[in-house]
Design a protein around this ligand. Structure first.
Ligand code: RIB
Ligand code: CA
Length: 326
């Protein structure tokens, strides 16, 4: 029996975060050690309520949910209800969970998870890096305890989605991302694997994929809620003239976190712009040693069609399992 992958998720649940969380729950070979709720798409307490609700729907009250900082490291919180809906899950109306939040906050949970599984824990950040940065301030050696860190964030050779040059997770808290790259820039820590918009916007969900989900488990509550969440996301992207579709940013990063071999990446030195009037939160990747030796792996290519198929199949199987839970 292969060992399970032990993973700690840090998210700003959100619609695509929801897909990533459910994908991880669908994977029988993943031990989800904990879920940190980071302010981003919606405020941290709403993120936490969404995480609890999805876990409760799947009968997974064994997975602890941790509340993160209400604000980024610097400046005021910016949220994206226009993109993810008033409660962060589009038109879905999730039954409130009966389970309570963990008494350990998100930064503390990062430290406890890494200390409990030294060298084995995969860290996956699919929202702003606020709580990881706070954990790193508390324990600068945290990077040496992780097996892997995968980040959904930035844009490399591609336009931003929040400013012309910057991606949402970085825009919400650029200081935290800069502190993460700096903290991991040491020979005894894994280089973060960074999934930017240049690849995550190639992983596209369409209404036909929702129909495929329905074919997997027609009457499953999970499919109904996912369809309602995605309907909002489709409408948002159409309002941006991108088509009636949804980018699966966070499930992309979740799949990379579990198997980086499935994508192509390049070693680069990545820095985050913090002071530019037009370029704040921009990720700058240098592959020619001008800024210093490589400190990250930037994902550049992936078979996103296969990844979409796998996501739909996994969510469909989970929906069937959950429905039959009695
Ligand atoms: O830019 C896309 C990222 O920002 C995704 O993680 C989405 O959920 C939002 O957090
Ligand atoms: Ca997210």
């Amino acid at each position: 029996m292969n060992e399970k992958s032990r993973l700690f998720l840090d998210c700003d649940t959100g619609i695509d975060d929801s897909l990533a969380l459910l994908y991880l729950l669908a994977r029988g070979d993943v031990e989800l050690v904990g879920v940190a709720s980071t302010a981003g798409n919606v405020p941290a307490d709403v993120v936490a309520a969404n995480n609890l609700a999805w876990l409760d729907l799947c009968g997974r009250d064994d997975v602890p949910v941790h509340l993160g900082s209400p604000v980024p490291l610097a400046g005021a919180l910016r949220t994206a209800e226009d993109t993810h809906g008033p409660h962060g899950v589009g038109y879905a109306s999730l039954p409130p969970a009966n389970t309570a939040l963990s008494s350990v906050d998100a930064a503390g949970a990062w430290l406890a998870a890494a200390d409990a599984h030294p060298g084995e824990l995969i860290g996956l950040v699919i929202g702003p890096s606020t709580n990881l940065a706070l954990a790193l301030r508390a324990d600068p050696d945290l990077p040496t305890k992780l097996k892997r860190l995968v980040i959904m964030g930035g844009a490399f050779g591609a336009a931003g989605n929040t400013t012309p040059v910057a991606e949402w997770n970085l825009v919400v808290d650029p200081e935290s991302a800069a502190e993460v790259f700096a903290a991991f820039d040491r020979p005894d820590a894994p280089d973060p694997i960074v999934c930017g918009l240049n690849v995550t916007e190639q992983m596209i969900l369409r209404p036909a994929d929702v129909e495929r989900l329905r074919e997997c488990a027609a009457d499953a509550p999970l499919v109904h809620h996912l369809a309602e969440a995605l309907r909002f996301y489709f409408e948002f992207h159409r309002s941006q003239d991108e088509g009636y579709l949804a980018y699966a940013h966070d499930p992309f990063a979740a799949m990379v976190a579990l198997d980086p071999r499935r994508v192509t990446g390049v070693a680069a030195h990545v820095e985050v712009e913090l002071t530019g009037a037009l370029t704040r939160a921009m990720t700058v990747a240098d592959r020619r040693g001008m800024l210093g030796p490589p400190n990250a792996v930037v994902v550049t290519e992936a078979d996103t069609s296969t990844m979409v198929d796998e996501l739909v199949a996994s969510l469909g199987a989970l929906a069937r399992r959950v429905t039959s839970r009695g």
